[in-house]
Design a protein around this ligand. Sequence first.
Ligand code: CO8
Length: 645
Amino acid sequence: MGHGIAQVFAMAGFEVWMRDIDENILKNAMEKIKWSLEKLHSKGRLSETPREIISRIHATLDMNEACRNADFIIEAVPEILDLKKKIFSEADSIAPSHAILASNTSSLPIQELANVTKRPDKVIGMHFFNPPVILKLVEVIKSSYTSDETVQIVIDLAKRLGKEPVLVKKDSPGFIVNRILGAIIHEALWMLEDKKFGVKEIDAACRFKLEMPMGIFELIDYIGIDVVYHMMKAMIDRGAPFTLTKSFEELFKSNNLGVKTGKGYYSYPAPGKYVKPSLSSLMGQNVNSLQIIAPAINEAVHLVEEDIADLVDIDKAIRLGLNFPHGIFEIADNFGLDNVLNMLNELYNKRKMDIYKPRKYLASLVENNNLGRKTGKGFYEYDVDVRKLDTLKIIREKPLAWIILNRPQKLNALSIEMLDEIKRTFAELDKDKDIRVIIITGAGKSFCAGADVKSFENFSGVDAFKYSLKIQDAFGEIERVGKPVIAAINGYALGGGLELAMACDLIIASSSAIIGQPEINLGIIPGAGATQKLARIIGSNKAKELIYTGDMISAEEGARYGLINQIALAEELEYIARKIGLKIAEKPPLSLMIAKYVINYGKDVAEKVGKIIEALGFGLVRSTRDAEEGIKAFLEKKKPKFKGE
Ligand code: CO8
């Protein structure tokens, strides 16, 4: 990493003396710097020529020449404590008394490096991430000797380099990023040991459920199994609560070290040739993603409890260092802290390892009903408004709104009153500019067991006809609302319940959900759209089979027919629905509305007409400010901010 760090400093205008022990290494380093600068230059990312920047880097074999006039020295030698101590002691004896001595270590104690110098107050950790030229994160690690002045100088320095520093207030094994990554690795290794799921399944859950840029085994292969092994060992030696599995030890000893040897958890076409493993979301369907992440959340809480790092810095480190779209505490709040706590208890009971013992701060949040986004407070605070109607609970959790069917004792069967409240609520939420996506789900063990059979007990034929129109009208409101609506099926979705879900734009279902059109058993037929809608989605033969037999089928079968978009485990349903909702909520609202209308209404007309409707919609959307913003942001390589204008 040394040459990358030298390049970063030179790019920020500093004169750099780059010292190594071998001429060839230095030559190689200069070549790499040159290659990188030219690449940046060709993309227009430099304000100077590569030659001007390189002229500030002086390669040397002489420690004396490198250190004698230095204001700041950073070492990036291999992670061997004695070697680092030797370098620190040497640099300390040469450098001017005001010079700061920093280590790029990812795992070794700064305190021990400080001990070999006569300036422990000026010794600090400055941990870059590979490649330093690209990755923004820098962990700044304070030992108990480091002065506040030194910390401030290094934080300012990191900012001057264009980096995003986070402060590690106390030396702790793995600092922030490696500690949390270590906990994820630990859990993945133990899940593999359980033999219930394989490498690809766990990785698919990482990528598709947790939105990690790489699966965890893919990442281990990429970093190198030996590097990960030593990193984990170093943290364990310093007291981190990780335990390595036998199979991981064996893999390490087998010399199949990942991408670099052509084989690790995956096989690669040749040593050093990385090809992204091909995974699909279906592979990870049955893997509980909360299990992968809960121990890491517990470790992150430990860092806060022990005053090692601040919550906001930890989340920043996870986003920038691991390239996660959300910080670890944001993920926890999205899952629900009660779910996180339950998972930890379950794991603790099973494996009796310290890493799973729920931290006090987490337990106290749950005890006080601060459960995350859903209650308006968890690790963070959220603007949440809860309103109870007679049959519904409505939670406005901007930019999402949750409609919870709330007659659990009747399995959320649709009463007349509930239909009225559904229609009214959708109309209201449609007008609420702060709400961009609506999620509908059920309280208790059922999403909705259909129309309330009691309410049409004494119906005449005409009454039933009118009732059918009423239910269709209420569901029509869901199709008409200019915002995406997600059904999160948590249990039974039967009869009118499944028709309600089909009126939504996307259906996410718990793996234990049961769906069907059992009306035939009551001597009636579906009356809220299933004869038309179900047939269109799954084909008329399959629809007839379900309607004629009244059979109830699993969510998995529903997904196979294309009726359900995604399946989640019961504990993940809320998280996955929220994750998809938040993702869609970032998109331009007017485009979403027009896309929904074109799809919903275009399908009822001849294809030629549908395409004209699409073209008209396209024209309309192109005239919005959000389209200007989207196109401009793309060209400027920025993230667009859509306002719905
Ligand atoms: N309507 C009224 N009450 C219901 C309904 C329903 N659809 N479903 C369940 N409940 C009630 C039960 O009566 C019971 O109440 P109670 O405790 O007072 O006896 C309570 O909910 C709990 O139900 P169970 O004890 O039956 O729970 P189980 O876990 O044993 O069984 C089942 C769950 C399998 C879901 C079972 O309850 C069941 O079969 N329910 C009926 C499902 C059904 O047939 N749905 C279709 C209804 S018709 C329809 O939706 C047509 C829509 C179009 C209407 C337009 C035409 C007029």
